[in-house]
Design a protein around this ligand. Sequence first.
Ligand code: PLP
Length: 436
Amino acid sequence: MGKLAILGGEKTISEVKDELFHWPIVTDEDIVAVTNVLKKGNMSGTDITKEFEKEYAAWNGTEYALGTCNGTAAITAAIWACGVGAGDEVICQSLTYWASCASALTFGATVNFADVDPETLCLDPNDIEHRIGPRTKAIIVVNYAGMPADLDAIVKIAHRHGVKVIEDNSHAQGSMYKGRMCGSIGDIAGASLMAGKAFAIGEAGMITTNNRDLFERCVAFGHYERTGAPSRFNPVDQQITMGDLLPFKGMPMGAVKHRMNQTCAAMGKVQLKHYPERIAEIDKAMNYFADQLDKIPCLKVIRPVKESGLTKGGWYFPLCHYDKTKAYGLAAEKFAEAVNAEGVMACGNGANSPLHLHNYFHSADIFNMGKPTVIAFGQRDVRQGAGTLPVTESAAGNIIHIPWFKRFDRDSIDKYVDAFRKVAGAAKELQCHRVG
Ligand SMILES: *Cc1c(COP(=O)(O)O)cnc(C)c1O
């Protein structure tokens, strides 16, 4: 295999083909759709967004979909819709992006962080029930890095306690869970559709649900012009009943504006049309890549077991278990560094930084009350320090992220596999070199 590039040898990959990774795939169809919105000055309307919502809901297998300006807004509205208020608690995995749960604090609630399953890195159903208290209102489940969480088990526990399930589906558009699509299984879901995600249309988000009340509450929270008030944009929404929120029509209950920019909605309609075919190619490429990587003793790609009825959709943020005991103790960080030196570039150790250790969830005083917001409204003090969520905290040492191929190109993928194999094969040498 030759000398490692990090030790002065030749790189395995001399030229990176941009088309292997380029995303999203934008064609003239997207460009025409977006420029039509611009030419008409229709960026702030809702007619195209409503078409997109309808198509997205049909594809995702839900009754309702509601477009938002980003994924953070979608999840924030969903949290409010589930009745989370001052003094309440939500449960969420700590190994995730902050927007999965941080806005709970803006309602005066706190987050009781749970650990993840070591195989899937999704919320561990065995670490939920003991955290549920009288004020727990919602469990936020992230289909993390495209892996469907153990949703049936989690929904069962939640509903036994009268607690709602919110899916954060920002990583898993198109992921299947036992024949159903992620984002349609909890009581409600929020997803990011920002440019870096698998379903990538700019700064945008989507709420999906089968629950009319939750849908209406999300409308009431951030879509003032769709709350039943007569509007030149929204004749259809005048049918929304809004229950006891109707007296507030014309005002958003969250005092926020969550409307999606219609350039995004127009692109979203085009992207949705091609999405199943494009993620099928990603799935093929990534499964091929994973099949090869899995033959390297220290590596095991995180993906559903074959025939499980689960899929990883667009494979956003592909992750891989790294077992340093099978690589002469070489640290994940050093392994990734050596792989990158071979020309891979997209490797790194760990996943998201654990949220339960972040100061925001310990001491931030966002209401200027002279005390940490997480305990300022009479919540139980559920703050947790280092050592409390061992699987989450160990991710930096035993998880690596790997290249995310958008195209199936066997020869090119083989080269990337060679790079990983070369570094794994030289782990002993590299470890000695480091120590020496
Ligand atoms: C990206 C992301 C979000 C937030 O979405 P934005 O569109 O960036 O606001 C929420 N949750 C997770 C898990 C994400 O990765």
